[in-house]
Design a protein around this ligand. Structure first.
Ligand SMILES: Cc1cc2nc3c(=O)[nH]c(=O)nc-3n(C[C@H](O)[C@H](O)[C@H](O)COP(=O)(O)OP(=O)(O)OC[C@H]3O[C@@H](n4cnc5c(N)ncnc54)[C@H](O)[C@@H]3O)c2cc1C
Length: 373
């Protein structure tokens, strides 16, 4: 039996970053079902830090996370956590109103440049002529998710914390003031505090523990990679996104990647791309750019898991002592992870509240549990 102060279920970015932050206050053990960390959503993302995602609360968490990405703590990583990739949100004439509205919102958080048709095409020569308006954030960052996951793991271990992989939690019970947890292999762990950072499985983990679920909704998103036309300046290409949620694309390891920004409801699972969404990605790429997708080099899908209000949930369950929710990171879990880890630290270890622009109540799970079950 291993008995730390805090057990974390889930070795994705949510669980690892929270564990790293908590390890300066307590003995922390992370249990991850797979053989490697980041196997599910955290290893399948588009890895951007940008503001054209989510709403004001998500943007505030993103803004609060940026200093960490720019200047990680000493010893966190030997390599940069990311590199500059401009974000271009583009619009046709009929989408201009939506672009104006987004410009006003994002300008509260980032310095944007407004681009006319010539500016849009100078930044992204692949777009069709009807992309006539744009806003660009030249300070945006593309993350190295491996460096981010490994940095958190390194920090956790340097403070005496542990990670157990291949440790799928199969049984959870509250016994004698602690959470007693047993894995499928029969290993036993116990701690007074249990952090549920199981991503798409977080509701299932709650049910296993006899705790009321939040109503999380995993949604599948697909990415394809394919060759860029010869001569494409891949090293200067932005992350280019339609103002509506239809398409984004960017350079990826000498090729291009694109997503149709699908949000297909899914059970928690090892998500696989659906042929329809793969075809949709290629179709929308050809619709909005001059690129012809002749051959798909690779494809993958991952789950983005949302709470009912699409804001993350962090806080102790009101109905179960010591059971801490950390779920619903949607499509912004990497870029908000430093701030969310500090939120967890504040709620568990009573440190200062890290995001003055975000009310604690807006993140607490209680907001979903007011109605009778
Ligand atoms: C296509 C795509 C594009 C994205 N683009 C971006 C982006 O540009 N920027 C951004 O910030 N975010 C992006 N995201 C979202 C981001 O990837 C997620 O918000 C984030 O990875 C969620 O992290 P997590 O730790 O909650 O989940 P996960 O990474 O899924 O981790 C949860 C872990 O819990 C483990 N687990 C589950 N059940 C158990 C159990 N019973 N016992 C033990 N372990 C268990 C799982 O094995 C898993 O490893 C994107 C996601 C996708 C799919």
């Amino acid at each position: 039996m291993t008995s730390p102060d805090i057990l974390v279920i889930g070795g994705g970015i949510a669980g690892l970053s929270a564990a790293a932050a908590l390890s300066s206050h307590a003995r922390v053990t992370v249990l991850e079902a797979e053989e490697q960390v980041g196997y599910h959503s955290s290893g399948r993302s588009a890895t951007m830090v940008h503001y054209a995602l989510g709403d004001r609360l998500v943007r505030a968490l993103t803004l609060a996370s940026r200093p960490f990405f720019e200047t990680p703590p000493d010893g966190f990583t030997d390599v940069p956590l990311g590199h500059r990739v401009p974000v271009l949100v583009h619009a046709r004439d009929d989408e201009r109103e939506a672009l104006d509205a987004l410009d006003a919102e994002i300008s509260l958080f980032a310095k944007l440049e407004r681009l006319d048709s010539a500016g849009v095409h100078e930044l992204c020569p692949l777009l069709r002529d009807d992309a006539r308006h744009g806003i660009a954030d030249f300070e945006a960052t593309r993350l190295d998710p491996h460096a981010l996951l490994q940095g958190n793991l390194r920090q956790l271990r340097s403070r005496g914390g542990e990670l157990h992989t291949g440790a799928r939690v199969a049984r959870i019970a509250r016994e004698g003031g602690v959470w007693a947890v047993t894995t499928e292999k029969g290993d036993c762990f116990a701690a007074p505090v249990l952090v549920n950072a199981a991503g798409s499985w977080a509701d299932a983990v709650a049910v296993l523990a006899g705790v009321r679920p939040l109503g999380l909704e995993p949604k599948r998103r697909t990415i394809i990679t394919f060759d860029a036309p010869p001569g494409t300046p891949l090293d200067r290409l932005p992350f280019a996104k339609t103002v509506g949620d239809q398409l984004y694309f960017a350079a990826e390891s000498g090729r291009l990647f694109a997503s149709p920004m699908d949000e297909v409801p899914s059970e928690p699972m090892d998500a696989q791309p659906d042929e329809y969404d793969v075809a949709l990605a290629a179709y929308r790429m050809e619709e909005r750019t001059t690129v012809q997708v002749r051959q798909i080099h690779s494809k993958w899908a991952g789950l983005r898991t949302f709470t009912p209000d699409r804001h993350p949930a962090a806080g102790f369950a009101p109905d179960a002592e010591g059971f801490f929710w950390l779920a619903g990171q949607g499509g912004f879990g990497l870029q908000t992870s430093p701030a969310m880890a500090q939120v967890v630290e504040s709620l568990v270890a009573a440190t200062a509240w890290p995001v003055p622009d975000v009310a604690r109540e807006a993140l607490l799970p209680d907001r979903f549990l007011r109605q009778p079950a």
